[in-house]
Write a protein that binds this ligand. Structure first.
Ligand SMILES: O=CC(=O)O
Length: 323
C-alpha cells in the first residue's frame, strides 16, 4: 500500500478486532503501518520501519516486551487500547523515556455492568437455569435448585479504581454491603477498607476482582484468600486472569470449597481449564466485558486523542507513564 506522506506513522502489530471501526477514524489522521499485513516476519518489518516509528498502538493481547521495544529505537509512545496496560513492559518504557497511555475510563461503566451481571448470574443461577430449560430438564427433573438473594450480600471489591467504583455503586443500589481492598484507602468514600485481601475475603460473600495485573497483584487471589472466602463465597473476575491462581480456583470449585465463579478473564486466554467449562456454578465470558458499541467508540476516541496530543506536543489524555 502506498504511504501517505503527510500523516504521522502509527505502527500496529496485530489486527484490531473486527468490530473496531478503525479504518476511517484512524486512517484519516495517521498513516497506519500494519505489521500483520506484511509478508515480512515481524522483526524484519519492525527493522524496516525502525527510524520512522515514534508511535505504536496495541491491544491487550499484544505483548510489547523488551524484544519488540529493542527493534524500535525511535519509539516515543505506546498507546494501549486496553484499560490494563500490563501487556507493555513498563519498566523498559520508563528506562527509555517512552510514554504509555491506556483507555482511561472509556470502558469502566460497561465492564462494571458485566461484573454485576456475572455476580447476579452466579448467585441466582441464571445461566445454569438456561442450560436446565434448554436441556429439557424442566419437565423431567422437577424443581430447579434455589439461588441466593442479592440484597444484603457482603461484597469485597478488589481494586477500587474507576471500574471498582462503578461496580460498588451498582451493587450498593441492590442493597449489598460494600468493602474493598485497594492500593490506598479512599477516605472520601464510606465503604470499609481492608489493607489485607484475606481479611476482606473472610468478611465477604463475594470478591469482585477489578484491579490491574502487576507484580504485586499476580496470584494475589490464592488458596489462602479463597479459603478465607469460604464455601458459600463467589469470585467474579473482570480484571486479569493471572490475578487469581487459576489452578487453586479450579481445585476450590471442584472440591466445593467455594460456591461459584463468574469469569471474563483467564490465565492462559483463550484456553480455559476444562473443569471450569463443565461446571454449572461457573459463568464464563470470553474477555469481552469491556466492549459495547458505545465503549468501543469511546475507546477509539481516547486513543486518537492521545496520538493527536503526542504528535502536537500537547499533554497526553490518559497517561500511565509520561515518557
Ligand atoms: O481487558 C480489557 C481492558 O483492559 O480494557
Amino acid at each position: 500500500m502506498a504511504l501517505l506522506p503527510n500523516l504521522p506513522d502509527v505502527l500496529i502489530i496485530q489486527p484490531p478486532p473486527a468490530f473496531i471501526s478503525f479504518e476511517s477514524d484512524f486512517t484519516q489522521k495517521f498513516n497506519i503501518l500494519r505489521a500483520w499485513e506484511s509478508p515480512l516476519p515481524l522483526d524484519q518489518f519492525l527493522t524496516t520501519h525502525a527510524q520512522s516509528v515514534h508511535a505504536l498502538l496495541c491491544r491487550a493481547e499484544t505483548p510489547i516486551n523488551a524484544d519488540v521495544l529493542r527493534l524500535l529505537p525511535a519509539l516515543k509512545i505506546v498507546v494501549s487500547a486496553s484499560t490494563g496496560a500490563d501487556q507493555v513492559d513498563k519498566a523498559e518504557c520508563r528506562r527509555r523515556g517512552i510514554a504509555v497511555t491506556n483507555a482511561g475510563n472509556a470502558y469502566a461503566e460497561d465492564v462494571a455492568d458485566i461484573a454485576v451481571g456475572l455476580f447476579i448470574d452466579v448467585f441466582r443461577k441464571i445461566s445454569a437455569a438456561d442450560w436446565y430449560v434448554r436441556k429439557g430438564l424442566w419437565s423431567s427433573s422437577g424443581d430447579y435448585p434455589l439461588g441466593s438473594k442479592i440484597g444484603g450480600k457482603r461484597v469485597g471489591v478488589v481494586g477500587l479504581g474507576s471500574i471498582g467504583y462503578e461496580v460498588a455503586k451498582r451493587l450498593e443500589a441492590f442493597g449489598c454491603k460494600i468493602s474493598y481492598n485497594s492500593r490506598s484507602e479512599r477516605l472520601s468514600l464510606s465503604y470499609t477498607f481492608y489493607s489485607n485481601v484475606s481479611e476482606l475475603a473472610a468478611d465477604s460473600d463475594a470478591l469482585v476482582i477489578c484491579c490491574g495485573l502487576t507484580d504485586q497483584t499476580r496470584h494475589m487471589i490464592n488458596k489462602e484468600v479463597l479459603s478465607a472466602l469460604g464455601k458459600d463465597g463467589v469470585v467474579v473476575n473482570i480484571g486479569r486472569g493471572a490475578i487469581i491462581d487459576e489452578k487453586e480456583l479450579v481445585k476450590c470449585l471442584v472440591n466445593g470449597e467455594i460456591r461459584g465463579a463468574g469469569l471474563d478473564v483467564y490465565e492462559n486466554e483463550p484456553h480455559i481449564p476444562k473443569e471450569l467449562v463443565a461446571m454449572d456454578n461457573v459463568v464464563l465470558s470470553p474477555h469481552k466485558a469491556v466492549y459495547t458499541v458505545e465503549s468501543v467508540k469511546k475507546g477509539g476516541e481516547v486513543m486518537i486523542a492521545n496520538l493527536e496530543a503526542f504528535f502536537s506536543n500537547k499533554p497526553l489524555v490518559t497517561p500511565v507513564i509520561y515518557g
